[in-house]
Every structure is written in C-alpha cells, then in structure tokens.
Design a protein around this ligand. Structure first.
Ligand code: FUB
Length: 327
C-alpha cells in the first residue's frame, strides 16, 4: 500500500468527498461522503449526489498509507432516510463514537440523523428517527473543552436552507434579496446523550470587521454550505464554503455560537463545483482536508479527498492555500 502524499487523492479505488477529519485513539480518522460512480446529468439541486453509504478512512501518520475500513453504514439500514447520504461528521463523547449525517426523509426533506459505534472505524448503528427539529445538510460537531457539544449545519440550494426561514418548510421559499443579510449557518447545542437538540436551533450571524452583517449578494464572503468549527488559541474559527464563488473562507468568534467576524480565504477554488473541508490538529501540525475532482477529470460528483498542511500567522489569521500552488 502506498504512503499518503499531501495534495493527492487519499484513496483511488472509490470516489470520496466532504472529508471530516478527527484524531481518535492517536490516529487520523476521516469521515467522507462516498460519491457514486455514475454518468447521469447534474443540476443545481444536487440530484447527482446520490450517495448510498459511508466508508471510514484512517491514517496512522500524515505520511502513512490511508486505510479504507469499508462500508460502515448503508441507506437501507436507516429507517427514516430515502436517499442522498451527504456530508457527515463524527464526534466522541460518553465512550461512544457518533456519526452525524444528512439525508432526505421520505418526504424529500433533508434531515440530520445520528448513528453510534464503539469504534471510530464503525460499523455505525443508526437511530430509528432523525434528530427531532433537524433540517438541511452538512452537520459538523464540536465537543468543546467544557464537554458541551454543538452541531453546526445548513446549506443553500439543494441543501434547502432557504426553505426554513420561517421555522417551517416552505417548498417554494427563496433566499433573501442581495442587499439583505445573508442566511447564516445554524447551530444547536446537543443534549448530553448527543441524540437531541437541547433548545431551538439558532442562526449564526457572520459580520464584517465593522460589525455589519455579510449580505446575501456578497458571494465572495457569504455562507453557502459545509460549516466547520475548530478552536485555536481559545478562539472559535468557523470556516465554510462560499458555494457559487467556490472558496473556503473563515470567520472568528470568542463564543461558539457567534457572532463570527469574517477574516479571509483559507482555500482558493479547487477543480469541480463544490468545495468542502475540515481542519484538524495532529502531532503538533494543523491540516486542511478537502476534496477536488482531479481524479475524474472534473466531473462534479466524482470527487477525491486530499489533505495539506495549514499554517497560521502570528496574529492568528490563517495563510491562504492554493491547492495547485506547487504544480
Ligand atoms: O456531497 C454533497 C454535498 O456537496 C455536500 O453536502 C456539500 O457540502 C457539497 O460538498
């Protein structure tokens, strides 16, 4: 088996995307989406992303071979879900590993479910129902130093976030006007057993350096999908995809629920429409996990997970990464 190399696909025998990386039991574990290899057409609703299962990947070291632990959860075993197992995340608490994942329910509405395992490598057993009150896509979980856990989620367009502005699902609702504040990601504190929201989910506010909300028309900075929150020097860093402008950008706060102040770009556009990432500290270095479509020659729904080192400046800002910079 080949050693892993930065900025190259972690695995080549399957298409993988949306990597959520964590250090569990001293190793790097990566929880990606498993893209299906099909040639059907694409649309803005994301119907081409028709994933049916999850695999777990792991690496003993940043240059060690990447192991595929195989299928750890399949759509057919999730009673509430009908299709599209999109970007997952994992968390550890209560001596249990939790896999959080979005899927469409039997009414075609995206919800967020949880599955559990005794091992970070799975297999994961799904809860019979989705988290009550959950909606939209791309859950990312932060278990804070005080042991409180938060799930961040939400995505525009196919992710249906626009349809929840009133608190109920309105199938024909559209996003705010370009001059109005953009929709933010959603945060909910999790109950101690990690299976429910503690209170009502709240929208996160992302503001500029002057405290003004980022506007919906500001597509270089506004939230689109794929939230991730990590801590560095006591501050919370919320990073996310800008969707239509294909960047990973970030904003910083002293509070896990915001408001977050926009700071800048972490990753410039990759090949393919979507960009999705996670950030993890491993053996005193920081890494950005991301995906692109280089292995499929640019087919949007055939993506590959990659990683690269991420560096901070002395003032805590993150150095922008060009994924093809050295090529
Ligand atoms: O993989 C399906 C969707 O594409 C994810 O949920 C989004 O973040 C985007 O990467």
């Amino acid at each position: 088996m080949k050693n892993s190399k930065q900025n190259e696909p972690l695995v080549t025998h399957i298409f993988t995307a949306d990597p959520s990386a964590h250090v569990f039991e001293g190793k790097l574990y990566i929880y990606p989406s498993h893209d299906l290899d099909h040639d059907e057409p694409s649309n803005d609703n994301g119907d081409q992303y028709k994933m049916e299962d999850y695999h777990v990947l792991s690496m003993e070291d940043a240059d060690a071979p990447c192991i595929d632990h195989g299928e750890v959860l399949h759509l057919k075993d999730i009673p509430w879900a009908s299709k599209q197992l999109w970007a997952p995340d994992a968390a550890y608490k209560n001596n249990t590993y939790y896999l959080f994942f979005p899927a469409r329910d039997h009414d075609g509405i995206f919800r967020i479910g949880v599955a559990t395992s005794e091992s970070p490598a799975g297999p994961f057993k799904p809860e019979p129902n989705y988290i009550p009150g959950s909606f939209s896509i791309d859950p990312a979980v932060l278990v804070d130093e005080d042991d409180k856990a938060y799930v961040y989620f939400g995505g525009l367009w196919g992710g249906q976030l626009e349809k929840w502005q009133t608190g109920t699902f309105l199938s024909d609702a559209e996003g705010p006007a370009a001059t109005a504040p953009a929709l933010g990601p959603i945060v909910a504190e999790l109950t101690d057993d990690m299976l429910n929201f503690k209170g009502e989910p709240q929208e996160i506010s992302i503001v500029d350096e002057d405290g003004n909300p980022i506007l919906a028309g500001d597509e270089d900075r506004r939230y689109f999908e794929g939230p991730w929150v990590h801590k560095y020097n006591g501050l919370y860093y919320l990073s996310y995809s800008t969707g239509t402008t294909h960047k990973i950008v970030y904003a910083v706060s002293e509070n896990p629920q915001g408001p977050f102040v926009y700071k800048g770009t972490i990753l410039t556009p990759v090949s393919g429409w979507t960009t999705h990432h996670s950030i993890v500290e491993f053996k005193d270095k920081w890494y950005l996990f991301y995906h692109d479509c280089s292995m499929s020659g640019g087919v949007n729904h055939k993506r590959s997970v990659k990683f690269t080192e991420l560096k901070y400046n002395e003032d805590g800002t993150i150095q922008t990464i060009d994924p093809y910079g050295d090529k």
